[in-house]
Design a protein around this ligand. Structure first.
Ligand code: SF4
Length: 320
């Protein structure tokens, strides 16, 4: 399979206590390698502070990496600027958690979308007709065209935000917790719409969420992050049914299981304590202070590499 997006050794450290004389660095993303194949959804899970959102923003060049490289369609875009960066920005878009924040409250839907068409000089003869058609594509009515953001529900606003990204006919979307600000009843509708749009438009997604149930539903493969590091990557069903890394096992064991027999037989791993600070992450395996299987004398000292243990299934843990 062809990788549409590739990250190599991607790293982002944020200085703490002033740029000139920092007291330390938040190691938000630390030497991450990642491939996102054309047409797939790669799920990205982890607790708050694991580096998921920073990684999404790095890949889209919304923030600059401290080191590492980013490739899109085989081209190195780490330092792209000018026309090359503008071209990349058309092809790769981000959908944020809170759609209200990403829409101008003083502009109607039509004005917001028309602005995108003008800024990017899209060759569209009849913008009103085009925008009307696109509204229907995301399940809204043409009569909504001249309304303001406050006249819509949260779900409808997220549909408009998605439509704004789609106007540019992108190939790749980073979906950053796109449904977590919405009512549970609306979440499934938006996820289903995203799946339909993916099929219709041949899109590739990076789906970021702390909700492993939603990630399982959306994704072909899942990447698990812990304190800025990738700890496991593999096919979605395999990650959910046979998680290998103790941290992934803990995340999965928190998922509700409808069948009581299966629920009784599943071993529960409870995570103790909060994740350590990313300013001074623990040495060796970063998960060792919370790991029930810690190997004394090894896990606190040696950082486990990410190794392939089954076809397409990688884990960073000394148990494997
Ligand atoms: Fe646990 Fe050691 Fe594996 Fe880290 S490397 S997850 S501490 S067993």
């Amino acid at each position: 399979m062809r990788a549409l997006v590739k990250a190599e050794g991607l790293t982002k450290y944020f200085p703490v206590g002033g740029l000139l004389r920092p007291r330390g660095y938040v190691k938000a993303v630390d030497h991450v390698d990642l491939e996102i194949y054309e047409g797939e959804t790669l799920g990205l899970v982890g607790e708050t502070g694991s580096g998921k959102t920073t990684l999404g923003r790095l890949i889209l060049r919304l923030i600059e990496p401290t080191s590492g490289r980013i490739y899109f369609e085989g081209e190195d875009i780490t330092k792209a600027s000018g026309a090359k960066l503008r071209e990349f920005r058309k092809k790769a878009q981000m959908i944020f958690q809170d759609p209200y924040m990403s829409l101008n409250p003083r502009m109607t839907v039509y004005q917001t979308l028309l602005e995108v068409i003008k800024v990017h000089k899209l060759p569209i003869d009849d913008p009103e007709e085009y925008i009307g058609k696109m509204l229907e594509l995301v399940g809204l009515e043409r009569s909504h065209l001249h309304r303001y953001p406050h006249e819509f529900s949260g779900g409808q606003r997220q549909r408009i935000a998605i439509l704004r990204a789609l106007l540019l006919r992108p190939k790749f979307l980073v979906l950053d917790e796109p449904t977590s600000a919405l009512d549970v009843s609306v979440q499934a509708q938006i996820l289903n719409m995203l799946k339909d749009l993916q099929k219709q438009m041949g899109l590739t997604y990076l789906f970021i969420s702390h909700d492993i149930g939603a990630v399982r539903y959306m994704s072909d493969r899942i990447t698990v992050m812990y304190l800025g590091k990738v700890v496991e990557v593999g096919p979605a069903e395999e990650i959910v049914k046979e998680p290998l890394h103790p941290y992934t096992q803990a995340l999965i064991s928190a998922l509700p299981i409808p069948d009581p027999k299966v629920a009784r037989s599943r071993k529960k791993i409870l995570l103790t304590g909060e994740p350590p600070s990313p300013i001074n992450p623990p040495p060796g395996c970063r998960f060792h202070p919370r790991c029930p299987y810690v190997i004394k004398g090894k896990c606190e000292r040696e950082e486990p590499p990410l190794v392939e243990v089954k076809r397409g299934h990688y884990v960073a843990c000394h148990l494997y």
